[in-house]
Ligand binder design. Structure first.
Ligand code: DQA
Length: 364
């Protein structure tokens, strides 16, 4: 059981009453209640503290040596407090920074965080669920060794390497409708499960909409990351596993990289098609206005391909994988998994993920 300290900074005691259009209607006690419950579900015992005083937050961090990690929403101190930043840098425990709102799409001054580069991870714009993702990130970090490597100067040009038994490696391309509010923490559950199965992984980050991404820079990043990850994982050539919006960039760059197999999970290849979640359809128009990543515009990859989709996916309908399988002209194996939705496959206990793991096991 991990012990986690959850700190909330100035004005977060006003949640529920404070700008509900931005922060929602959940009060601080309700949020803390959820955080403790999410913690218990993911194997953490969580202690919560809120303070409007910078000094109290600094002292809480100094005193956190008994904890395995800290989740902190520093409120407006995020943008100004070098003293809080120094406190995070001074302690030898992982600190995850969380913001309920999308700090990068609001006032200009909110875009800067003086803490992000000393935090092990930053999550923003996912509402209260960001705290759950932060707890899971701490659990995942604690469950196997991880090394973050850089493949370019932008903060998002990184990947996380986790070791395997040397037999095989996989590069993971996370989804999230190409938006910068979603990051590689979403595919960490795969990385940890694959580590347990002896498969080394590189969990790729790349620039997304809001952080300098768009079809050209994003595909360039995924290609660059994949080349760097292949060197780190090789031999043999890695399998590439893409989820949702991370599925189409995978074949787009795979042809250039020489890979051992491709797994495309709950992929969104045509965001303008009926049934795609509205946020995804809007992001798709911004990301790839000319639909250059549509699978039928790409050369079929020269490696085994598995397409997998939950039959109950309400975010990206399974028709997308069916059309993609048809476009690949029979080179791909297609599995539509009854009873599972868009995010189920991210749980290692799901039937969808079991199918992926079995397929990997069967690869020569
Ligand atoms: C916040 C964002 C900050 O800019 C703001 O000052 C807060 C809350 C968030 O959770 O979105 O107080 O950290």
């Amino acid at each position: 059981m991990l012990r986690v300290l959850c700190l909330n900074g100035p004005n977060l005691d006003m949640l529920g009453r404070r700008e509900p259009g931005v922060y929602g209607s959940l009060t601080l006690p309700e949020l803390e209640e959820r955080v403790r419950r999410w913690g218990a579900d993911s194997g953490c015992e969580v202690e919560c503290l809120q303070s409007n005083r910078e000094s109290e937050l600094i002292e809480a961090i100094h005193g956190a040596a008994d904890f395995d990690g800290v989740v902190i929403n520093p409120g407006a101190l995020t943008h100004t407090s070098f003293a809080l930043r120094d406190a995070v840098a001074a302690v030898d425990i992982p600190v995850v920074e969380v913001h309920i709102s999308n700090v990068r799409s609001r006032d200009r001054w909110r875009r800067r965080s003086v803490l992000s580069d000393v935090a092990v991870h930053t999550i923003f714009g996912r509402g209260p669920d960001g705290y759950r993702a932060a707890l899971r990130h701490l659990v995942n970090r604690a469950s196997c060794p991880v090394e973050t490597r850089r493949y370019g100067p932008h903060p998002d040009q990184v990947f996380d390497l986790r070791p395997g038994s040397g037999r095989r490696g996989a590069a993971l391309v996370h989804g999230g409708f190409w938006l910068d509010t979603w990051g590689r923490d979403t595919t960490e559950s795969w990385a940890v499960d694959l580590h347990r199965r002896g498969v080394a992984t590189a969990n790729l980050e790349y620039r997304r909409l809001g952080s300098g991404g768009g079809v050209v820079p994003t595909l360039a990043d995924v290609a660059e990351a994949l080349a760097a990850a292949s060197d780190a994982l090789s031999p043999p050539p890695p399998i590439v596993i893409g989820h949702s919006a991370g599925a189409p960039p995978a074949p787009a760059v795979a042809a250039r990289a020489g890979i051992g197999g491709l797994v495309l999970v709950s992929g969104v290849y045509d965001p303008a098609a009926p049934g795609v979640d509205e946020v995804g359809a809007a992001a798709g128009r911004r990301f790839d206005p000319d639909a250059a990543t549509r699978l039928d515009r790409l050369a079929p990859p020269d490696c085994p391909v598995l397409l997998i989709h939950g039959a109950e996916d309400r975010v990206v309908p399974p028709a997308q994988s069916e059309a993609a399988a048809a476009a690949l002209g029979g080179v791909a194996e297609l599995a539509i998994v009854p009873g599972e939705g868009h995010f189920d496959v991210l749980k290692p206990a799901s039937e969808s993920w079991r199918k992926v793991a079995d397929w990997l096991e069967r690869l020569p």
